[in-house]
Design a binder for this molecule. Sequence first.
Ligand SMILES: [Zn+2]
Length: 309
Amino acid sequence: MRARHRLLPALLTATLLLGGCSGDASAPDRPLIAVSTNILGDVVREVIGAQADVLVLMPPGSDPHSFEISAQEAARLRGADLLVSNGLGLEEGVQHHLDAAAADGVPRFVAGDHVETVAYTDDEMSGPDPHLWTDPRRMLQVLDALEPALAALDAVDGPALHASAETYRQELRDLDAHLAELFATIPASRRALVTNHNVFGYLAQRYDFTVVGTVLPGGTTLAAPSASDFDDLIQDMATASVDVVFADVAQPERLMRVLADEADVQVEVVPLFTESLSAATGTGEDSGAATYLEMMRSNADRITAALAS
Ligand SMILES: [Zn+2]
């Protein structure tokens, strides 16, 4: 009996410590939300505020198609209260971990399930385009579906959550209006996009751009162009009189430089943050996209500056 009494405090301590592993040890009652991409991670943090711990798996400046996670992060993921991912085939490097957590019973919210998708197609591949965040109206659809998923978590204050969701909805509407206004200054004949990878399908649909072509084929960054793909793109650029190409800062610039060199005309390569947030805010080389809203605004500024003249 005496031994059992001594054991009880030790067990309680162990239980508390274990509870601390699934979130911030200082707030053991807060739910843990694991989010795959840093773009969705930012949106979730903006909306849930301090009401939950948010574990964002994808580091700043990385490629959502190919980033991987540590065994420790994979274990934390399986203890989360909610798993938020983009879906539509985006997170190829971590999908098996997301599936394992879902199989363990972690509730799952997949953003791509809640938007009207556009398809990408080229000669070899087709499928739903996963880059839904390039249209703020799609992000509004995601938020409308996400809010009830967050409200369903234990210990979340519904009215406070709704208030912050409403604030962020207005931010998204303002962003959409700002982008529409900026892009309207680009002449229709110049609203043509060439990118290193097929990221702007949704943006093009929303704001009347034509995607002339991409350097990498398909919907992923994990494919390589053939010599004929490359020649076709240069031909398409000449036909559409395109002299600007947009490259994501997280991906190697080599192919874009080769493209710029091979084209007959002078081609300008403009870096954008298209698939990942940056580590820092501001105007430095690796800065300017610390939040989703900042990323979209700085890309729109750079696209407009390159095409409006
Ligand atoms: Zn991509």
